[in-house]
Design a protein around this ligand. Structure first.
Ligand SMILES: CCCC/C=C/CC(=O)SCCNC(=O)CCNC(=O)[C@H](O)C(C)(C)COP(=O)(O)OP(=O)(O)OC[C@H]1O[C@@H](n2cnc3c(N)ncnc32)[C@H](O)[C@@H]1OP(=O)(O)O
Length: 358
C-alpha cells in the first residue's frame, strides 16, 4: 500500500518522538527524503566546501536525483517506521548493563561479556537479507559503535550464514523494479558506509554457506572465522548484477585480480579452505569444534584494552576510508542500473518462479 499524505505527516511526528538519536547519516537521509517528497529534485545552488553542514545536506538531497515525490514520501515513511520499531526493540531489550537482547524479525542482537552479537535470524529462508534487516543492522551497528561493548560479531542462525540479498526485495516493492532499485541503492549505500566507518573490531563467525553480499562484506571485517562447512559464493554474473560492499576494490587487493575475477565475474564458489588461501578467511575450524573454539577465543579478545584496539583499527582503516566510500558510491550507482537491466530482471524472475520442491 502506498504512503498517503497523512502517513507522511504521522511519520514526521514520529521522528520527533524517537527515543534514540539515529545518527547523522540517517538524519541526513531523512532530511533528503523530506525535501524530495515536499519540493522534488534539488535545484538549490551547491553550498561552498567549507559550509560543511549545508553541503552534507545538499549532497544527500542531490543524490536522490529525479526520485519521484511519491517514492520519496514512501521511503521516508518506511525509514521512520524501521527507526521506530528498532528503537522500541532496543529500548525493550536494555534491561541491564549486560546480557541485553534486541530482537527484530530478521536479526537477533545480544550483548554479553563485551561482545555484541548480531545474528542473521531467518533460517527458513537461509537468512536472506530483507530491506528491513538492512535497516535493523544499520541501527544495531550504530548502537554497538557507541555502547560499552568491545567487539561486534556477525553470525547466522541455522545451517546457513546468509544467502545474501533477499531476491524478493525487488519483486515485492509496490512501485515495481524502478522503485525497488532506487530504494535498494539508497539502503545499500548507507548499509555499506556503516561497515566502512564502524570503529570497533568487527568479526564474522561464518557458520555455513555464505552468498552474495554476506560474502563481499567480509572484505570490510577485521577477522573472519569459518567452519569447514562454510562456502563462499558471489554469483553476480548469473544474476545479471555487479559486485557490491567495496568488493570490486577489496577482493583484487586481497587475493589478486585473477582470483578475484574467478569469484566476482565467473561466480566460482570457494570452500572455506580456498577462501582462507585467498586471504578472505582468517582461520578455518572443524565443524565439530567450531563454535567452542571461536567463542572461547572471542571472549578472550573482548578483554583486551578497547581503546587500544579502536585506535589501531582507526590507523589501519584511515588511509583507505575515502577510497572505500568512493568505491561504494560507484558500486551502488552501477548496481541500481543493473537491477533495471533485462539480464537481472530475468534472473530474479526465474528464481522467484522456480518450481516448488516436492
Ligand atoms: C538492497 C541491497 C542489495 C544488495 C545486493 C546484494 C547482492 C546479493 O546478495 S546477490 C546473492 C543473492 N542470493 C542468491 O542468489 C541466493 C538465492 N538462493 C539460492 O540459490 C538457494 O536458495 C540456496 C543455494 C541459498 C539454498 O538452496 P536450498 O536448495 O538449500 O534451499 P532453498 O529451498 O532454495 O531455500 C529455502 C528457502 O529460502 C528461500 N531463499 C533462499 N535464499 C533466498 C534469497 N537470497 N532470497 C529470497 N529467498 C531465498 C528459498 O526461496 C526457499 O523459500 P521457500 O521455502 O519459501 O521456497
Amino acid at each position: 500500500m502506498r504512503a498517503t499524505q497523512q502517513d507522511f505527516e504521522n511519520a514526521m511526528n514520529q521522528v520527533k518522538l524517537l527515543k534514540k538519536d539515529p545518527g547523522n547519516e540517517v538524519k541526513l537521509r531523512l532530511y533528503a527524503l523530506y525535501k524530495q517528497a515536499t519540493e522534488g529534485p534539488c535545484t538549490m545552488p551547491k553550498p561552498g566546501v567549507f559550509d560543511f553542514v549545508n553541503k552534507a545536506k545538499w549532497d544527500a538531497w542531490n543524490a536522490l536525483g529525479s526520485l519521484p515525490k511519491e517514492t520519496a514520501r514512501q521511503n521516508y515513511v518506511d525509514l521512520v517506521s524501521s527507526l521506530s520499531s528498532s528503537s522500541e526493540a532496543s529500548s525493550q531489550g536494555k534491561g541491564g548493563a549486560d546480557g541485553k537482547a534486541q530482537e527484530s524479525k530478521g536479526i537477533l542482537v545480544t550483548s554479553e561479556g563485551g561482545i555484541t552479537k548480531i545474528t542473521f535470524n531467518r533460517p527458513s529462508k537461509k537468512n536472506a537479507i530483507t530491506f528491513q534487516m538492512y535497516q535493523d543492522i544499520i541501527l544495531a551497528l550504530k548502537n554497538a559503535s557507541t555502547d560499552d561493548t568491545v567487539i561486534t560479531v556477525f553470525t547466522g542462525a541455522g545451517d546457513y550464514y546468509s544467502s545474501g540479498n533477499d531476491l524478493t526485495n525487488f519483486t515485492s516493492a509496490s512501485g515495481g523494479m524502478e522503485e525497488a532499485a532506487n530504494k535498494g541503492a539508497i539502503v545499500l549505500r548507507e548499509f555499506v558506509n556503516t561497515f566502512i566507518d564502524f570503529p570497533k573490531p568487527l568479526v564474522a563467525v561464518v557458520n555455513g554457506p555464505a552468498v552474495g553480499i554476506s560474502v563481499t562484506l567480509l572484505g570490510l571485517f577485521d577477522a573472519v572465522y569459518a567452519s569447514d562447512r562454510a562456502t563462499f559464493h558471489t554469483p553476480f554474473s548469473h544474476l545479471g548484477q555487479s559486485p557490491e560492499a567495496c568488493s570490486s576494490y577489496t577482493f583484487p587487493k586481497m587475493m589478486g585480480s585473477a582470483k578475484a575475477a574467478e569469484m566476482l565475474l565467473f561466480g566460482k564458489k570457494l570452500t572455506a579452505r580456498e577462501a582462507w588461501a585467498q586471504g578472505l578467511v582468517t582461520e578455518v575450524f572443524p565443524e565439530s569444534t567450531f563454535e567452542t573454539e571461536v567463542w572461547t577465543r572471542l571472549k578472550t579478545y573482548a578483554k583486551l584494552p578497547p581503546n587500544s584496539m579502536r585506535i589501531s583499527k582507526e590507523l589501519i582503516r584511515k588511509n583507505e576510508k575515502e577510497k572505500l566510500h568512493a568505491v561504494n558510491e560507484e558500486e551502488c550507482t552501477t548496481l541500481r542500473a543493473r537491477w533495471l537491466s533485462e539480464e537481472c530482471i530475468n534472473a530474479i524472475m526465474s528464481f522467484v518462479t522456480r518450481k516448488p520442491k516436492l
